[in-house]
Structure formats: structure tokens, C-alpha cells
Design a protein around this ligand. Sequence first.
Ligand code: 4AD
Ligand code: MG
Length: 429
Amino acid sequence: MPVILAKYLKDYLNKEVTLQGWVRLKRSSGKIKFIELRDGTAFVQCVLVKGVSGLEALESFEGLTQESAIEVTGTVQHNPRNKTEELLVNTMKVYQIAEPFPITPKEHGVEYLMDRRHLWLRSRRQWAILRIRHEIIKACRCFFDERDFTLIDSPILGPSAAEGSSTLFETDYFGDPAYLTQSGQLYSEAAIAAFKKVYCFGPTFRAEKSKTRRHLTEFWMVEPEMAFVTLNEVMDLAEEFVSYIVDIVLANRKSELALLERDIEPLEKVKRPFVRMTYTEAVDKLHELGSDIKWGDDFGGDDETILTREYDRPIVVHRFPASFKAFYFELDKENPELALGVDILAPEGYGEILGGGERSADIEHLLKRIEEENLPADAYDWYLDLRRYGSVPHGGFGLGVERTVAWICGLHHVRETIPWPRMLSRIYP
Ligand code: 4AD
Ligand code: MG
């Protein structure tokens, strides 16, 4: 009998097939017994009927517990009541009878579940979230591959900071300090002179001491970088990218969104053009909305929440005070207090999912900023070479995968958006 994946069940109507998986639930009513089986690709109702199913299978049913591993063979039939296909079981092979499973259909606290993340991954909700995560990652790669970007992987271990020294994880590199990467951007800036348009996509690390619903210490970022572009082209690409991701998820992952009870109406409104405003305009708007933010302060999580609740599309904020931005930003010629940065804030209170901008071409400015930030100048010498040999206007951005997943799935916290979350107080399991 062919072993098939449960998601293809409907292609085998009235045929005999074998499914392999785990028991989610079981129940009996009179002569009929039901198993809800999950095989990792779908959830299937398996039906055992006295007088139809094999005797051994009927006996095995009695011993099954939640998460027992089994293989069932039977005939695929249509169930008109719940309008899906189900399996009428003939024979069953039991791989293991599971011990009492710590995660039952009743409510559990978040810390309890996080401690059992290795088991929690099996739940329907986590399954749906991580399938949407996969779809988003696939969409990121397709978007850049379709637009002539070359994937250039950046290193995870490096000699210096990309995004300021306060959130660096230090490690020992054969007697010298080395750091886990905060961003691949500086390496991508080198690669554009070889490939014109590149992207890197990998894990990044920030020793964030903040315990918020938006922060992880290890997260995934996709970072495109382009030669011969200025801030406007970076903003245009970022808008196109975010709307592309939403379109792909809506096209391919509707059933997972439904399982999460995600209201998709706000996602369907994510169409270009997005709302665009400068940082200064955003601060004025925030004052109208009751925030006490001062010009020159970075947005707090609450500011992003109240601002993004005002609009039904993502907000593209640009031109930030240079004082709180990283050393590498190009300054606005019309007002050198401003850095040519851009952030995209996701609607419904989600806030920043993407950050980037135009990079400085001015070697003197970069040296000054490196000194102001107390960064070790010799560790950046290679980076300054890029301004010595064929320097051009250039820029790019980074999109945080987990914040994007949280927004699209409608989750309150980023901890469920990555298989194995790493946070201030969590590195287990
Ligand atoms: O705004 P950030 O710090 O920008 C950079 O790292 C640039 N070097 C990117 C570039 O231009 N190539 O980070 C970019 C995005 C944020 O918008 C956010 O989505 C995500 O990365 N991010 C985090 N996600 C989860 N936890 C954290 N601690 C994050 N820090 C940043
Ligand atoms: Mg940022």
C-alpha cells in the first residue's frame, strides 16, 4: 500500500492508502471510533467501524494515547458532513504508545509551554505559524531571485559591530574577542561592487536586554543591498517587497491563517502605495495622538503601536535624527542633522518590521562617526576600502522575519514565530 502524505488524501478518493503519524485525539461513539491523526502535512479523521475495520485495529485503538505513533491503512472516503476526506481504517500498526503527554487540550501557561517547546511544536497553532514562516522565507528568496539579486552569505562570526557595540555577543576566537553578527549589511556593501545587487539571509544576534514582545536575541533577517541607488529607490523596493510577501501568504496559506483565526481583511488592505512620512511628521502626528516623544528620541514600542493603529496600511518613515542612527548612514544634504534612513512600520499596532537606508559615501564622515561611537577603527579598515575603490551611492534594508511573521499571523509576541526562541531569559530547550 502506498504511504502518502495526508495533504494529498483527496487525490486518492476510494483508493486504499497508508498514513503514518501521531494521534492527536481519539473518541468513540457506539460502534464507531475516531482518531484525529496528524502526519505533519495535515490533520485527518480516521474512522474505525466494528464489523468493517480489522479486529486487531479495533483492539489497538483501545490502547492509544495522545501522541502515540501509528501507521494506518484503509480506504479514503468523502465525509459529506464535514466536507472533507477521511480514512476508513482497515489495519493499524502501532510504533509506540506514548506516555501521558504534558500538553493536553486544556489551557497551559506560556512559560510552561516554552519549557516544553520541543513538544509544543506539535500543536496545531504552532504548526500553522511555522508553515506561514516557511512561506514568508520562501517569498523573500523568490522576490530577490526574480529581481537579479545574487545571494551572498555573510559571516556569523566577525571582528566588529555592525549596529552599535551595546548589543554585541562576545565570544573567544582563539584568544581574541570575536562577535556574533548583528547584521550582514557591511559585508553586503562589499559584495555589491562585485555583483551590483545582492542579499544575505541568515541568523543575526543582539544582546538585547529588553524584555518586550518584539525582541529576540537571535532572529533571522533578509538584507538586500544595491549599488547605484539612493534612498528613494530603497523605499520603493521595500514597499514592493512587503506587499509581495503579504500577497504570497494570502495566496498560499489561507487555511493556516484560518486555523490561527487571523482576520485577513487588514492584510488584504496591504496594497501600495503605503503611507509615507518623515520622522519629523511622525513626531508631530504622535503629539496629536497624545505621545510625549521629543524630537530626537527614537520611537518607543508604544509610539509605534499608537501610530500604526491610525492607518490601514504600513507606514514608511524616513529621514531620522542622525544622533540615534548607526554610523554608516548618509546624511540629508538639505539638513545634515538627518540620516537618510527608512523604517517600515506594520499596521495594527505591530510597528517596525524593516529598517534600512542610504549609506554614507564620505570616508571622513565615516571615520568621524566610527570614532564618536567608540568603535575600533582598524576593524573597519576593510569597510573604508569600499569608499576608496569605485565608491557609488548605494543602500538597502533588513527585514526581520520574526516580526513579519508575528504581524501576518496576528500574534501578540514574537516568541512563537521561531522554532527555538532565544530571549533575555530563555535559551532552553
Ligand atoms: O533596524 P535594524 O537594526 O537594521 C539593521 O540591522 C540594518 N543593518 C539592516 C540593513 O539595512 N541591512 O534591524 C532590521 C530589522 C528590524 O526592522 C526588525 O524587524 C528586526 O530587524 N530586528 C529584530 N527582530 C527581533 N528581535 C530583535 N532584537 C530585532 N532587532 C531588529
Ligand atoms: Mg531599526
